[in-house]
Design a protein. Sequence first.
Length: 273
Amino acid sequence: MSSSVEASQARRGVRIDRRLVGRACVVFFAVGQLVSNLAFTLWSPNQLRSGVEFSPLIPPGAMFSIWAVIITASILWSILQLRPAVRESPLRDRLVAPLSVVYAGFGVWLAAASLGQQSPLTLVVFVVIVAAHVVAWRRITAHREEVAGWRRIDRTVLYLSEGLYAGWTSIALYLNVATVVQATGAPIEGGWGTTWQLLVVAAAAGTAVLFVVISHGSIWYTATACYALVGATISSTLGGFTALALALGIGIIAIIGSTITVRAVDRRRTRVG
């Protein structure tokens, strides 16, 4: 009898160790974003470009300062999820894999961008990051009852960090598409130039609406995605790309409208339930 109890305790110890290792990895990759950013700044032969001078859909450089907020929020989340007091948490354990991919992906993207911001490799990394965000949000919404029982700071930081990160990168994926296509020699003016860029805008807005649905209308996601599209609108307006600016405005309205609708439906279901 005692041997079976000891074996059970041993298995529990291994399970706890693996859990701690997983969560420690989240901290490692989250903090690693600062290291990779510093390495890129010091040693990259190519620096990141922004604004309409680079591409009509790329926000002005000052708007990229949001990365400081995104990375700070992700590091704060990584530290909070490592606390002994929250060790028993199925959701925190299920977020280890997707968020580790997201945070590690930031450094990998910078490495790819150091070869050239218009490198197709940057798109591959962004696709993986956005896919990881989809997994993370699906797990978050599936465990909303658990999150409701958390301390306010844990709830706030989770929704803040994931909303900011997913909001910015899901739009950045398509802005990156625009720079890569442009690098192939595609025109940015004329009928064809306007058409392919409008398709990029439509894809970005459509993906944002999908995230709104998956996240059950995350305000942080919506605000950040709209922020990115506002930046693109500023650049396209300054460059005289009126059709793009109008399409981006419609995209922003669609994202906000879908958020209002999803949250209203969610509230109605909650009352009925």
